[in-house]
Ligand binder design. Sequence first.
Ligand code: IMP
Length: 177
Amino acid sequence: MNDLHPDLARVVVSTDQIQSRVKELADQISTDFADRETLYIIGILKGAFIFLADLTRHLRVPHNVDFMALSSYGKTTSSGAVRILMDLREPVEGQHLIIVEDIVDTGRTLDYLYRVLKGRKPASLHSCVLIRKQRDNLNIPIDYLGFDIPDVWVVGYGLDFADKHRTLPYIAELKRE
Ligand code: IMP
């Protein structure tokens, strides 16, 4: 791509690749949950809002949408303890939950979410993650995965660096300073 922003090194996942994979993930979820009751889609803010919007518009099963906001300490790295900044509006006991997360790096955030949501006694709990950076040391299952990418900092399609580049339609590697 010729018109890349100067902060960006290269496109890692193109707009077309994202759009077709997101549709495939929605088709797979729609097939797997065809006989279930209403799905409860939990988007993790801020990063998952674009992915969730595209994914849910392709779903062919009834679903509700709600959001949680989590934070790890440090704005641009994924290190540190995780805490809840904004919680779900309703109890989710007995519901079929799907966590929709933009990116998994160390897996700490997803691991924490799993433990919190399991504790609320849902009927089932699954995860749908667009990007995975590390495969090792992840002890939580990712049920629906978009792409594996190298361990570089990426932005776009919901992902940011200090709140920048979040609304790019593709996912790009940030240049190292
Ligand atoms: P984890 O807890 O190490 O798996 O980190 C997950 C969180 O770190 C994600 O929800 C993002 O907020 C952030 N993160 C990790 N890697 C990236 C990246 O490459 N770009 C943008 N955010 C990232």
